[in-house]
Design a protein around this ligand. Structure first.
Ligand SMILES: Cc1cc2nc3c(=O)[nH]c(=O)nc-3n(C[C@H](O)[C@H](O)[C@H](O)COP(=O)(O)OP(=O)(O)OC[C@H]3O[C@@H](n4cnc5c(N)ncnc54)[C@H](O)[C@@H]3O)c2cc1C
Length: 276
C-alpha cells in the first residue's frame, strides 16, 4: 500500500517538504493542507507588493495549483484548517472553509509546517479598526483597503526591525507619512550593529521617516472604534493606522510540544476571499 504523507501548513516549509517527499517516493499519497486560500507565496515580498515594486500580490506565488496536482501528484487542499491531530489513531481532522465540513485523514507520516503567527502587543486600543500585523497576503489586502477607505495620510509603524523598516519604506512609496517607534536606541537591532544601522536610519530620515527611538507604545488611541492616534512615551501623535511589529511571533502550532491524543491546533483565521 502506498505511504500516506500528510503535511499541515502550505508555506515554504510545507511546500518544500511535499516536493521532496514526491522526489523520494514516487508512489506516496501526499496531502498538503493550508488554511490560506492561495498556494505558497513569498512572505518576504509582501512589503514590496504593497509598494508595487512587485507588480501584484499574485506575483509572489511560487507555483500554481496545477504544478502541485498535475506535475507532482500532490493533493493540495487550500482553505483547509487542521483542527485536531489524533496521534494514537494516526489521523487528523481538517475543516474546509468553502463548505465548513470536517474531514478525517489517515496518515503514516505527519509533517507539521504551521509556521508562525504575528503577535500584537497587548496595549489599550490594540483591538481597534486600523491596527495591523503583517504576515499574510490577507493582512496586506486589509491594510490597503483600510488606507484607501479612510483616505489615510499618516501611519505609525511600531518596531523598527526588518519588516517594520520595509513597511515604513513601502508606506512612503505609497505616499504616506510615517512615524516609526522603537523601544531600543537604534533601528534594525537583530541584523546590524548600531553604527551601521544609524547610516540607514539617517537615509530613511532624509526620505521622511520620523523615528521615535527609546520609545514605548503605551496606547493606541481611537475614535468611533477606529484608530486616531498612538501614545508613545507619553506623547500622543495623530495617525490613521498602526502596524505593529514588536512582539515577535507565536508558533503557528502552539500545541506541537504536547503530542497527546486529541491534540488541538490553535485557532487561526482562514483567508476567506481571494486577493483581487
Ligand atoms: C513581511 C515579512 C517579511 C519577511 N522577510 C524575510 C526576509 O527578507 N528573509 C527571510 O529569510 N525571511 C523573511 N521572512 C520570514 C519568512 O517569510 C518565514 O521564515 C517563512 O515564511 C517561514 O515559512 P514556513 O513555511 O515555515 O511558515 P509560514 O510561512 O508561517 O507558513 C505556515 C503556513 O501554515 C498555515 N497553517 C498554520 N496553522 C495551520 C492549520 N492548523 N491548518 C492548516 N494550515 C495552517 C499558515 O496559515 C501558513 O500558511 C519574512 C516574513 C514576513 C511576514
Amino acid at each position: 500500500m502506498p505511504k500516506r504523507i500528510v503535511i499541515i501548513g502550505c508555506g515554504v516549509s510545507g511546500t518544500t517538504a511535499a516536493f521532496h517527499a514526491r522526489k523520494t517516493d514516487r508512489t506516496a499519497k501526499i496531502v498538503l493542507l493550508g488554511d490560506e486560500a492561495l498556494p505558497e507565496y513569498s512572505r518576504c515580498g509582501l512589503p514590496y507588493a504593497f509598494s508595487h515594486v512587485v507588480p501584484s500580490l499574485e506575483a509572489l506565488i511560487g507555483y500554481d495549483e496545477a504544478f502541485y496536482e498535475q506535475m507532482n501528484r500532490i493533493d493540495l487542499r487550500l482553505g483547509w484548517k487542521t483542527t485536531r491531530i489524533l496521534v494514537e489513531k494516526q489521523t487528523i481532522e481538517a475543516i474546509g472553509s468553502k463548505d465548513a465540513l470536517t474531514e478525517t485523514l489517515e496518515y503514516d507520516t505527519l509533517i507539521l509546517t504551521t509556521g508562525a503567527r504575528a503577535a500584537v502587543v497587548p496595549v489599550p486600543g490594540a483591538d481597534l479598526k486600523g491596527v495591523f500585523t503583517i504576515r499574510t497576503m490577507n493582512d496586506i489586502q486589509r491594510l490597503t483597503d483600510h488606507l484607501i477607505e479612510n483616505n489615510a495620510r499618516r501611519v505609525a509603524v511600531i518596531g523598527a526591525g526588518l519588516t517594520g523598516s520595509e513597511m515604513a519604506e513601502a508606506l512612503l512609496q505609497r505616499g504616506m507619512t510615517v512615524l516609526e517607534a522603537e523601544i531600543i536606541p537604534e533601528i534594525l537591532p537583530a541584523i546590524l550593529d548600531p553604527d551601521m544601522a544609524s547610516i540607514i536610519r539617517t537615509r530613511a530620515e532624509e526620505h521622511g521617516v520620523e523615528y521615535h527611538l527609546n520609545s514605548t507604545l503605551e496606547e493606541i488611541v481611537g475614535r468611533n472604534g477606529r484608530v486616531s492616534g498612538v501614545r508613545i512615551s507619553g506623547e500622543e501623535h495623530a495617525v490613521d493606522a498602526v502596524i505593529v511589529r514588536t512582539q515577535g511571533l507565536f508558533s503557528g502550532n502552539q500545541a506541537a510540544s504536547r503530542p497527546t491524543s486529541g491534540w488541538r491546533l490553535p485557532h487561526q483565521t482562514c483567508m476567506r476571499r481571494e486577493i483581487a
